[in-house]
Design a protein around this ligand. Sequence first.
Ligand SMILES: [Fe+2]
Length: 477
Amino acid sequence: MQTIEKKSSKKAWAEALAQPAQEFPSTQLQILSGKIPEGLRGTLYRNGPARLERGGIRMGHWFDGDGAILAVHFTDAGATGVYRYVQTDGYKEEAAAGQLLYGNYGMTAPGPIWNKWLKPIKNVANTSVLALPDKLLALWEGGKPYALDLQTLETWGEDDLSGLTNLLPYSAHSKRDQETGEIFNFGMTPGLNATLNIYKSDSTGRILQKAAHELEGVPVVHDFVFAGQYLVFCIPPVRLNLFPTLIGLSDFGHSLEWQPSKGTQILVVDRHTLEVVSRTEAEPWYQWHFANGYVDVSGSVVVDIIRYPDFQTNQYLREVATGETHTAAVSTLWRMHLDPSTGKVKAIEEIMDRHCEFPIVPLQDQGQSCRQTYLTVHRQGVDTRKEIFGAIARFDHKSETLTIADCGENRYPSEPIYASDSQNPQQGWIITVVYDGNSDSSEVWVFDADTLDEEPVCKLALPSVIPHSFHGTWKPA
Ligand SMILES: [Fe+2]
């Protein structure tokens, strides 16, 4: 009898998510090409969902995966890597049980119906990191941060930063003012109307000041803008349909409704008082991320947004967890000018029309005018419904040009992280973690930030596959 092998239609990126990622202890990393720049001294930290299955049950959304952290320490003796799961309470409990016990963003709790009413959702600590002087925080927007050892990534436990009382969550996109050392962040508390909690911390992470502002309904707020003297929140027209989630009929992700008639609510907040300066409504769009913000010479607040026309991105990201995507969700780079005293949008326009995500600016430029934005883009000519990002790029706002580092077929870079050179402040390096689907392995690539279209200055081998991750940071030595 002849058997006809059905060829999988999955793209090469899917293999990185097919199995739970394997941790590795501190390991000297082999240099595959080039050399480590002498001024690159410090640590790259990255966080992302590393386990999307347990006990034969697949999680419902990419956001549901248990977080694991990669640290790459660059020293005079070379580079070492360590990769560890964040040992959250839920992770430990599920590991001991050998099965999933909790619901999450994209799934209700498994088991009998009362589990869906009684079980809280699991803090997966999988979204980003914040490197403080004496600890690393693994961040997830629905709960408290987990503190880890900066060197070994040993999990110490939940951290309330001396201010996260009453179950206040601490979101994944904190912002740091490099001049004052102050750290800003927010956390959303659900309710009939959600509360937007805003936090200001000192440079150690200790919360010094809090404010609470009521929103309309329960929207999705993933990121915010640090723009000099202001913090700006763009609340997209997505609202949680509370009832089905409360009775356990539906998970959060499936209960979020795109309601464009609500428009995008804009809140401008004073960074000193944390009070709302202005509040207004603009046209509808959706964003996960902002690239940066600042106040220009005319006093306008300028905000760079990775903007989607709707919320289809949620469906696309759900499909990532299955290893096969088919939904179109195209985001491009937009620039908005607004009057902070009224919140009114003076202008908003697309400034780069290529599908992109994971925007960053160098840490020292957060909140200030900055000539370059780094981001991930698709390779030329790929079917963007089926692929994930295969290139990183630098957009120059002055010349309006895009310089692209195409990683090659079946290779997938992470969000580009900017690392300043310790010897030359004019020099910067871009570090990305690349999953190579051709060899089913992961590597660390270091580019000269000014010549992204040239070969990386260094490539390092990692001991095992690092699944596609969300966000990271650079901590200088
Ligand atoms: Fe994010």
